[in-house]
Design a protein around this ligand. Structure first.
Ligand SMILES: [Zn+2]
Length: 472
């Protein structure tokens, strides 16, 4: 399909006009094969229907209500590289405004363009822009063109169109980021599964007033808190995709064992006066609550996703706090719970190769790492496959809030994995047919097997079925 035809479809189609699987297959064949990837491996990678393990996507109804322009491609992640290169916060505030002309926004980004255009974040955005808008180079004229096309295509069905037909993603697991939300109970069940937010349940980060109003009871004691945690698992534990925790943004990811009596004492003091606990007290209270949540996840056979490694944004990274190696006592405390270590632990990524190899209940997820550092991610996959079972790694999570750049991230991830597999085959470490099998495992089969995607999607659809059918 050429660009003009795609845009006619994107702009003019109704929701029913999108769901043509044949068209998506044609559109995926358009992708250029990276020179370092064996043709058979690339064909396998691009023909696969992908199961995406990690997104922060908004619901389409929310996208329809807001202004969109070319910054959709750059707002999440890319701005951090621009900022790292020197773009000031005052300029970033202007970029986020709806009333500023796209060409004026581009004028503020342009001075740093050459500095950032070859990073993984920016390459992902550029690859998506080229695929969706046919634009090769950014300029005042092309940022206006992209913005106008996005505004025209901002109608029901576009999010599914990009995920399912442009990217070939069947289901995406979402960690909702709305303030205080533990579980996003209303979603598009034909595309999204929702994670239970371990972070939003964990102390001291949980918004207990909000949780109390949602679960229908005051939270004055530790027992009340535990009942509220139970409520979310009882209600959503069988349909949720996983439990996700990104507390690495706020604390060390080492979780000790804390006795309940000690946690009760800390909880009572904390409820009376939030400032009364020391840093160590708060960590202990957090440890107790996280252990409680992990045990619950085990009861419902939910995978526990933990952010390890690099942090998004600027000027906050503490390299020691984010080490995957801190998690070993948690793995041993819950031998029946499966842990998915996010972002391959970069830049401590070789720790996760050793952890996955050793621990029977530990898996790794590349999500986001292929655009944080594509070269490190490809080297990682090569090393991982030479050391660990091919069933214990998941390749793709776009990790974006908006749908627009997902295609670029997916293309880079296919290239990163394809190059690693090709190198293994050329080195004589893997047969070509095993490399093609590995490609299927990484992008689909491991996810299906480990997260029970089909069963969970069926339960979610069942709960939302009637309401969802009438909304379409
Ligand atoms: Zn994320």
């Amino acid at each position: 399909m050429d660009r003009r035809r795609f845009l006619q479809l994107a702009i003019g189609a109704t929701a029913t006009g999108y769901a043509v699987w044949e068209r998506s297959r044609n559109s995926r064949q358009e992708q250029d094969r990276p020179p370092g990837v064996h043709p058979e491996i690339w064909d396998t990678l691009t023909a696969l229907s992908v199961l995406d393990t990690h997104e922060h996507q908004e619901e389409e109804a929310d996208r329809l209500r807001r202004h969109v322009d070319f910054m959709e491609y750059f707002r999440h992640y890319s701005l951090s590289d621009w900022r790292s290169a020197g773009l000031r916060d005052e300029e970033i505030a202007v970029l986020n405004r709806a009333d500023v002309d796209p060409a004026d926004k581009w004028a503020r980004l342009r001075p740093f363009w050459q500095a950032v255009r070859n990073t993984g974040y920016l390459q992902a955005a550029l690859i998506a822009i080229r695929r969706i808008h046919g634009v090769e180079e950014l300029s005042p004229a092309t940022v206006r063109q992209i913005s106008e096309e996005l505004q025209r295509s901002n109608r029901p069905g576009y999010v599914r169109h990009v995920f399912k037909e442009i990217c070939g993603v069947e289901y995406a697991q979402v960690n909702a980021l709305e303030s205080g939300v533990v579980y996003r109970s209303q979603t598009d069940p034909d595309l999204f599964l929702q994670d239970i937010s371990g972070l939003r349940l964990m102390l001291p980060f949980a918004n207990l007033d909000r949780i109390a109003s949602e679960t229908g009871g005051p939270i004055d004691t530790l027992a009340d808190y535990e009942r509220a945690v139970d409520w979310y698992f009882e209600r959503y534990g069988k349909e949720a995709s996983a439990v996700k925790n990104q507390c690495a943004y706020s604390r060390v990811i080492r979780f000790g064992a804390v006795r309940r009596a000690e946690a009760e004492r800390l909880f009572d003091r904390w409820r009376k006066n939030r400032r009364s606990l020391s840093r160590d007290d708060l960590l202990a209270l957090g440890d107790y609550s996280w252990n409680y949540i992990v045990a619950k996840a085990g009861e419902y056979d939910l995978v526990v996703k933990i952010h390890t490694g690099y942090l998004a944004g600027n000027n906050t990274l503490e390299l020691d706090r984010i080490r995957p190696a801190h998690l070993t006592s948690l793995f041993r405390r819950f031998p029946r719970v499966r842990f998915d270590l996010f972002h391959m632990g970069y830049p401590h990524e070789f720790e996760t190769v050793a952890l996955v190899k050793q621990y029977t209940n530990v898996y790794v997820d590349l999500t986001w790492a292929p655009i944080v550092n594509p070269v490190a991610a490809s080297r990682y996959v090569e090393s991982f496959l030479a050391s660990c079972p091919v069933t214990k790694i998941f390749a793709f999570g776009g990790d974006y809030r908006t749908v627009d750049p997902v295609y670029g991230h997916l293309w880079i991830t296919r290239a990163v994995v394809g190059e690693a597999l090709t190198r293994r085959v050329r080195a004589g470490g893997m047969r070509l047919r095993d490399a093609c099998y590995a490609a299927k495992c990484l992008f689909r089969e491991n996810v299906e097997r480990t997260f029970h995607v089909r069963e969970r999607a069926a339960r979610l659809k069942k709960r939302l079925g009637d309401r969802h059918a009438t909304n379409r």
